[in-house]
Design a protein around this ligand. Structure first.
Ligand code: NI
Ligand code: MN
Length: 225
């Protein structure tokens, strides 16, 4: 019952249980805080929350290099299929998809989703269960009260909460989100990447009763026993 998380910077992670690796929103090319390159990512599964380039930009290249299965919105599947990439598991908010590592369940998120001018379906959050550990990546989103329900349904061990403001919640609303979700651990994401656009100071992100784990880009953390 343990997993190792690697923070790729911005909103990207790889999560491994030792035999399977899931990448979520792995964006390295053009990522000003990334310490790795897209070529460095080794994963059999890629989960995409939405089509914006800072989440989806490297998906096709990483998927092809790894022959990975991509879990994403139906419209993102159509985009990948049109590029000739067929190893895709489409979903929509509320649905759950089983994989050999565990499962992915999509949630809603209040945001937008487009890539190269094309509509990419619903933006979503993703709950990933791997190695007996449940991780809720909120995606890019504003605050919504159903986060409490998502917490009750999936009981995530870890929540990855966007706190950079402007395009998502800022630190104060991120704190409220974490307190609605009630994970054991909250990790702030989607801040500091673009100076002047996303906030640097997330000192207000201190959810009550929840362990706060701040990860630097490139950092690795083992969770569980
Ligand atoms: Ni976005
Ligand atoms: Mn984003």
């Amino acid at each position: 019952m343990s997993v190792t998380l690697t923070f790729l910077g911005h909103a990207g992670f790889t999560i491994t249980d030792g035999s399977h690796t899931v990448a979520i929103d792995p964006w390295l090319t053009g990522n000003p805080v990334a310490t790795m390159k897209a070529d460095d990512i080794k994963a059999q599964h890629i989960v995409i929350t939405h089509g914006h380039a800072d989440h989806f930009g490297d998906c096709e290249a990483i998927a092809r290099a790894n022959d990975a299965t991509v879990y994403c919105a139906y419209e993102i599947m159509e985009f990948l299929n049109a590029k000739g990439y067929e190893k895709v598991q489409p979903g929509n908010p509320g649905g759950k998809i089983a994989g050999d590592f565990g499962w992915v369940a999509f949630t809603h998120a209040f945001h937008s989703s487009s890539f190269e001018g094309r509509y990419m379906g619903q933006p979503m959050g993703a709950v990933v269960n791997i190695g007996g550990v449940t991780i809720y990546h909120c995606g890019d989103t504003g605050l919504f009260s159903d986060m409490k329900l998502i917490g009750e349904i999936y009981k995530p061990d870890i929540a990855l909460v966007p706190v950079g403001d402007r395009f998502t919640m800022g630190p104060e609303l991120g704190k409220m989100a974490a307190e609605l979700i009630k994970p054991k651990v909250a990790i702030p994401i989607h801040y500091k990447t673009f100076p002047g656009m996303l906030v640097d100071d997330i000192s207000a992100f201190k959810p009550n009763g929840i362990q706060l784990k701040v990860m630097e880009p490139g950092a690795t953390w083992e969770y569980g026993s």
